[in-house]
Design a protein around this ligand. Structure first.
Ligand SMILES: CC(C)(COP(=O)(O)OP(=O)(O)OC[C@H]1O[C@@H](n2cnc3c(N)ncnc32)[C@H](O)[C@@H]1OP(=O)(O)O)[C@@H](O)C(=O)NCCC(=O)NCCS
Length: 176
């Protein structure tokens, strides 16, 4: 039986997590996910991105959550909370990523539960995300109660250079 832990990283904890996060991002890109980067994408290529995320965490603009399986970081998600002054109640969900060797174990479901709970804790009750149209993630967000807004065709590129559409979703955590 494996053990899964979900943790929100405090700023001093982020540096130690960067190599594992870079490995996850690289694995997702090489697995064909449209998550901002092109193939080939080695873990070393992902480090500058994660160093930027670490800075955003230390500045209080991003909440970084990781999923550990048997002590190894194998999944992650972020919540962008550095919004304009007229959107203090909103947040952007970003980079839900699970390493291929830990997929299908429920990590993304646990990460999504944790990120929604962090959003509520920070008074963010309007959440927005986008994902590659037709990707497995698209059906997961629908299953988790996110509302599909629509598709922008040819919004981004797949890692192999072909176009992909993006499906935009929102979720309202407001109770009234
Ligand atoms: C999308 C992703 C995060 C799912 O992670 P995961 O940990 O394997 O997902 P889970 O095991 O938590 O599964 C969650 C639900 O989705 C379903 N699911 C998982 N993979 C699926 C797939 N490929 N196709 C359809 N459904 C799938 C599961 O059956 C589960 O449903 P259930 O809880 O009702 O049984 C993972 O595949 C991934 O990292 N993909 C590449 C990166 C990516 O595209 N991220 C999204 C960026 S917006």
């Amino acid at each position: 039986m494996f053990q899964v832990t979900i943790r929100t990283l405090a700023p001093p904890e982020t540096a130690a997590a960067l190599p594992a996060l870079a490995e996850i991002l690289s694995d997702c890109v090489e697995g064909g996910a449209s998550v901002g980067f092109m193939s080939p994408h080695a873990p070393g290529d992902a480090m500058p991105y994660w160093e930027g995320v670490a800075r955003a965490v230390s500045e209080g603009h991003t909440i970084l959550i990781v999923a550990e399986k048997d002590g190894d970081i194998l999944g992650t998600v972020q919540l962008g909370i550095g919004m304009m002054p007229n959107q203090p109640h909103r947040a952007d969900l970003k980079k839900l990523l699970v390493h291929r060797r830990a997929r299908g174990l429920g990590l993304s479901r646990l990460l999504m539960t944790a990120v929604e709970s962090e959003a509520a804790k920070h008074g963010r009750h309007v959440l927005v995300l986008d994902t590659a149209t037709g990707s497995p993630a698209e059906s997961i967000y629908e299953k988790l109660g996110w509302q599909r807004v629509g598709v922008i065709p040819q919004y981004a590129l797949m890692p192999d250079g072909s176009y992909c559409g993006s499906t935009f979703f929102y979720k309202s955590l407001a109770t009234d």
